[in-house]
Design a protein around this ligand. Structure first.
Ligand SMILES: Cc1cc2nc3c(=O)[nH]c(=O)nc-3n(C[C@H](O)[C@H](O)[C@H](O)COP(=O)(O)OP(=O)(O)OC[C@H]3O[C@@H](n4cnc5c(N)ncnc54)[C@H](O)[C@@H]3O)c2cc1C
Length: 775
C-alpha cells in the first residue's frame, strides 16, 4: 500500500478516536486515567486542604499563558471611605505620635501604656470586626494603610495592631464561630477588653505546622460543677505573638476520640479552640526577645487542661476542621500584614535615606550624586514603587472578596525580601549614621527586625521553594486540579474533558511561546487602554507567561510527583510567576495614578528588572533541569534565539536615584501613606528641613565655586570663604543665612547619639522624680 494512504488512514483513525468523545473516552482516556492515577503524588489530607484553600485570581491569568490585560486594567482602584480616611488622618497619626522605636525598646520594652490604652480605646485591635459587634469594620485596603503607617513609625505598634487583625481568634470567629461565641467574644475583642493570640507553632513543628504534637483527648469531666463532654488538652507552644499578655488563647491541637464519644473516628484531626488564659493549668507570661523588637511574644503550655467542647471554634461540629479553617483564613491575613508593614518600613527608609544622601557630602559632593550610591538608590526607589503597587492591588483583591492564596504567598515572600534588600541598601548608604543606635537613628531598628518578617507566616525559603509554584501549579492551572479531582473520584467523562483541554492548552502555549520568542514579542497583544510607552512590557509579559505555562506543564509531565522534591526548579518557576505578578501590579499602578509622567523612570526600572529576573529564573530552571534532554527541548521553545532581556541601564538608574534626593511630587507619591511627624524637633523633620536647606545652599555654593574658578575670590590662611564671597559681593547677606542654616541643619542630621559607659541603662531605670507640689 502507498505510504500516503497509510498516513491518511492513521490520521483518519486518530481523528475519529480523538474527535468522537464517547469513543475517545473508552479507547484513550480510560488508559490515560489508569496511568494518571498511578502517577498522582500521594497527598495527605492537610496538603489537600492547603491546596484547596483560597481563591484563584489574577494569578490564574498569569499562569494561563495568555493573561487578559483588559481585565487587569478594569480592576477598580482601591479607595478609602471618608470614615476610614479620617481614622487614618487622625487616630492613626495620633498613635504614631505617641510611639517611636527607640523608646519602646529602651524604656518600655513594649508599647508605652498610654499608647496601648489609646490603641484599645480607638478600636485598632478590632479593625476587621463588623460594626454590629462594636468593631471598626474597615476594608482590607484600610487595614493595610494603617499597618503601613504605623510600621513607618514604630515596628512594635505595627505588630501589636496587625496581629489581632490577622489570622487569629477574631478572624476565625468571624468565619466559623457560633453565634454565641461571636456575641460573647467579638465585642470584647473589638474594644481591647480581650487581648488575643494564636498558638500553632510547637518546638517540634515550625514550618511543618500540620505535624504539631499538641493533642487533646475527648472525655467527660466536671466544668463549673456540672459533668460535661470536654477534652483534656496538652500543648507546648512557642513564638506566640501577644501570648505573654493575652487573655484569650487561640489554640491548635490534634484531637483524639479513643472512646468514640464524638463519632466513629479515633483521630478527629487538627482542632482550634479558644481558651481564656485564666483557665487553671494554662501557663503564660514569659517572653522571648525577638531581635530586640520588644513586641510581646513568648511560649505557653498546658498539661491535661480540661475544657468543654463548646470552646472549639464553631462548636463540636467543627472538631477536626482546624487545618482547613487556618488555611482558608491564611490568605487574607498574609495578603495584608507583612506586605504592608514591609512597605511601611521601606517608605521611611527610602524617603529618609534619599534626603540624607543629598544632605551628607563627602569629597565636596552630596553622596547621592556619586554613581556608586545611585546604584543602590535606584534599587530602593524602584523596588518601593513596585512593592507599594503590589501591596495596594492585593489588598484591593481581598476587598473584592478574593482570598488569593498563591498571590498572598507571592507578596509575603517578595515584599519582605525586597524590604530586607531596601533596608540593607539604605544601611550601606547611611554608613555609620545607620549603625549607631539611638533616638537619631531612623534605620537601625528596621535593619535589626526585618528577619522577623522573613521568618513568620511561612518562612521565606519554604514559601519560595515549596508554596508559590507548588500551590500555583495546581491551583492556578486551568486544568490540573480538575484532572486530579476527576482522577481521584474515577470520573472518566470529567477526566477526559480536562485531559484533552489540557493537551490543547499545552500545544497552544508551546506555539505561542515559540512564536513570540522568535518575533521578539512584537505580535503579542497589548491592551489599548495601556499607556503607549509601556505597551511593549505587556507583550513581553505575555510571552513570559506562555513560556512559564509551557515549562510548568512539561515539568509536571516529566517530573510528576518528583517535582515536589525538586525545590530549586519549583522555586525558579515560582520566581517567574512572582515577577509577572509584581510587574503587572506596577503597570496597573501607573494607570491607576493617572499616568504620572514623572514616575516613568520608576516604572521602567522596576518592570525591566522584573522581566529580566523572570527570564533569568526560567533560564536557570532550564540550565538545571533534571533531564538534560527535556531542558534542551524546553530551551528551543522558550529561548530559541537566546535571552534578550537586559537589566535596567545605569542611565535609567540615575534618573530613579535623582527622584529620591530632591523634593518632588514623585518622591511624595513614593512615600505616600507613611507617618510624617509634625513635631519640628523630630529627627525625621530635621532631615526633611535639612534636605530643603541643602538644595537652597547648593545654588549659593555654586556661585562661590564659579567665582573661585575665575579667580575673583580666594580664601587664604584659613579665611572663611563665605565671608570672602560676601565681601566681594559674590553672594548676598541673605545667601549667607541660607548657607548657615543648611550647615546647622546638616550638623544636626549627621550627628549620631552617644551614651555614658553603661549605655544609659542606669538613667533609663531611674524612677521618675515626683513633681513638687506648687508652693
Ligand atoms: C517573632 C515570631 C513571631 C511568631 N508568631 C507566631 C504566632 O503568633 N503564632 C504561631 O503559631 N507561630 C508564630 N511564629 C512561628 C513562625 O510562624 C515559625 O517560626 C515559622 O513557621 C518557622 O518555623 P521555625 O522557626 O520553627 O523554623 P523551621 O521550621 O525550623 O525552619 C527553618 C528553616 O528551614 C526552612 N524550611 C523548612 N521546611 C522547608 C522545606 N520543605 N523546604 C525548604 N526549606 C524549608 C524554613 O524556610 C526555614 O528557613 C512566630 C515566630 C517568630 C520568630
Amino acid at each position: 500500500m502507498h505510504p500516503l494512504v497509510i498516513l491518511a488512514a492513521i490520521v483518519a483513525v486518530s481523528f475519529v478516536l480523538l474527535g468522537v468523545a464517547p469513543l475517545r473516552r473508552q479507547v484513550v482516556s480510560r488508559f490515560v486515567l489508569g496511568w494518571y492515577r498511578r502517577q498522582l503524588p500521594a497527598m495527605s489530607q492537610t496538603e489537600r486542604e492547603a491546596i484547596d484553600a483560597g481563591t484563584v485570581w489574577w494569578d490564574g491569568d498569569l499562569f494561563s499563558g495568555n493573561p487578559d490585560w483588559d481585565k487587569l486594567l478594569a480592576l477598580q482602584r482601591p479607595a478609602l471611605s471618608p470614615e476610614e480616611q479620617s481614622f487614618l488622618d487622625n487616630e492613626t497619626e495620633q498613635l504614631c505620635a505617641m510611639v517611636n522605636d527607640w523608646e519602646t525598646a529602651q524604656i518600655w520594652q513594649d508599647l508605652p501604656p498610654q499608647a496601648w490604652q489609646f490603641a484599645k480605646d480607638k478600636g485598632f485591635l478590632g479593625m476587621i470586626i463588623p460594626k454590629r459587634y462594636g468593631g471598626r469594620e474597615f476594608s482590607a485596603t484600610m487595614h493595610s494603610m494603617v499597618v503601613q503607617k504605623l510600621a513607618s513609625r514604630c515596628g512594635v505598634a505595627a505588630v501589636h495592631v496587625m496581629v489581632p487583625n490577622s489570622l487569629g481568634p477574631a478572624e476565625l470567629l468571624l468565619n466559623y464561630g457560633t453565634e454565641e461565641q461571636k456575641n460573647h467574644y467579638l465585642p470584647r475583642l473589638a474594644k481591647g477588653l480581650e487581648i488575643p493570640c494564636f498558638g500553632l507553632t510547637n518546638p517540634h513543628a515550625g514550618s511543618d505546622a500540620a505535624a504539631i504534637p499538641d493533642f487533646g483527648v475527648v472525655c467527660r469531666g466536671t466544668w463549673e460543677g456540672k459533668e460535661v463532654l470536654g477534652m483534656r488538652v496538652t500543648w507546648e507552644k512557642r513564638y506566640i505573638t501577644l501570648g505573654p499578655i493575652s487573655t484569650l488563647l487561640g489554640l491548635a491541637f490534634r484531637l483524639h476520640d479513643p472512646d468514640h464519644l464524638l463519632g466513629d473516628k479515633d483521630d478527629v484531626g487538627i482542632t482550634c479552640a479558644l481558651v481564656p488564659t485564666h483557665t487553671p493549668g494554662v501557663n503564660i507570661g514569659r517572653r522571648h526577645n525577638p531581635l530586640n523588637a520588644v513586641f510581646q511574644n513568648g511560649p505557653n503550655w498546658g498539661k491535661d487542661v480540661f475544657m468543654p467542647l463548646d470552646w472549639i471554634i464553631g462548636g463540636p461540629k467543627m472538631a477536626g476542621q482546624g487545618w482547613r479553617m487556618l488555611m482558608e483564613c491564611l490568605a487574607a491575613g498574609r495578603s495584608i500584614s507583612l506586605p504592608s508593614s514591609s512597605t511601611g518600613y521601606c517608605k521611611l527608609a527610602a524617603r529618609a535615606t534619599g534626603a540624607y544622601a543629598r544632605v551628607r557630602s563627602q569629597f565636596k559632593t552630596p553622596i547621592g550624586k556619586f554613581e556608586g550610591i545611585e546604584e543602590p538608590l535606584a534599587r530602593v526607589g524602584a523596588s518601593l514603587y513596585m512593592m507599594d503597587a503590589a501591596r495596594a492591588m492585593t489588598a484591593g483583591a481581598v476587598d473584592a472578596g478574593e482570598k488569593p492564596s498563591v498571590v498572598s504567598a507571592i507578596v509575603k515572600y517578595h515584599l519582605t525580601e525586597r524590604g530586607r534588600a531596601v533596608v540593607n541598601d539604605c544601611m550601606d548608604i547611611l554608613g555609620g549614621k545607620g549603625i549607631c543606635l539611638g533616638p537619631n537613628n531612623f534605620m537601625g531598628r528596621s535593619y535589626q527586625q526585618l528577619p522577623i518578617a522573613i521568618t513568620v507566616e511561612g518562612a521565606n525559603i519554604l514559601t519560595r521553594n515549596l508554596i508559590v509554584f507548588g500551590q500555583g501549579a495546581i491551583r492556578c492551572h486551568p486544568y490540573v486540579l480538575k484532572e486530579m479531582r476527576a482522577a481521584q473520584s474515577g470520573d472518566l467523562a470529567g477526566f477526559d474533558a480536562a485531559f484533552f483541554g489540557h493537551a490543547r492548552h499545552v500545544i497552544a502555549n508551546e506555539v505561542r511561546a515559540f512564536f513570540m520568542a522568535i518575533t521578539g514579542s512584537r505580535f503579542a497583544f497589548a491592551p489599548s487602554g495601556a499607556a503607549p510607552q509601556l505597551r511593549r512590557y505587556y507583550r513581553h509579559l505575555t510571552r513570559l507567561s506562555s513560556a512559564l505555562a509551557y515549562a510548568a506543564d512539561i515539568s509536571m509531565l516529566v517530573l510528576g510527583g518528583a517535582l515536589k522534591r525538586k525545590e530549586r526548579i519549583s522555586a525558579r518557576l515560582g520566581d517567574a510567576l512572582s515577577m509577572l505578578y509584581l510587574a503587572s501590579a506596577t503597570l496597573k499602578r501607573f494607570e491607576d495614578e493617572g499616568r504620572q509622567e514623572a514616575d516613568l523612570p520608576l516604572v521602567h526600572w522596576s518592570v525591566q528588572d522584573a522581566i529580566f529576573r523572570a527570564a533569568d529564573a526560567l533560564d536557570g530552571a532550564l540550565a538545571n533541569y533534571p533531564s538534560k534532554v527535556w531542558g534542551a527541548l524546553l530551551r528551543i521553545v522558550i529561548f530559541p534565539l537566546g535571552r534578550h532581556f537586559a537589566p535596567p541601564s545605569d542611565s535609567l538608574g540615575h534618573q530613579v536615584a535623582r527622584l529620591l534626593i530632591a523634593p518632588s511630587a514623585s518622591r511624595d507619591r513614593l512615600s505616600a501613606g507613611m507617618y510624617m511627624p509634625r513635631d519640628a524637633s523630630d529627627p525625621f523633620s530635621t532631615l526633611e528641613a535639612a534636605l530643603a536647606a541643602a538644595i537652597d545652599a547648593e545654588a549659593v555654593e555654586a556661585k562661590i565655586r564659579a567665582a573661585q574658578k575665575t579667580g575673583s575670590i580666594r580664601a587664604a590662611g584659613g579665611e572663611d570663604l563665605t565671608l570672602v564671597a560676601l565681601a566681594a559681593k559674590v553672594i548676598t547677606g541673605e545667601e549667607v543665612a541660607v548657607l548657615k542654616r543648611a550647615a546647622q541643619l546638616r550638623d544636626e542630621v549627621i550627628r549620631v547619639d552617644h551614651f555614658p559607659q553603661d549605655l544609659g541603662r542606669a538613667e533609663a531605670l531611674r524612677p521618675a522624680q515626683p513633681q513638687r507640689a506648687a508652693a
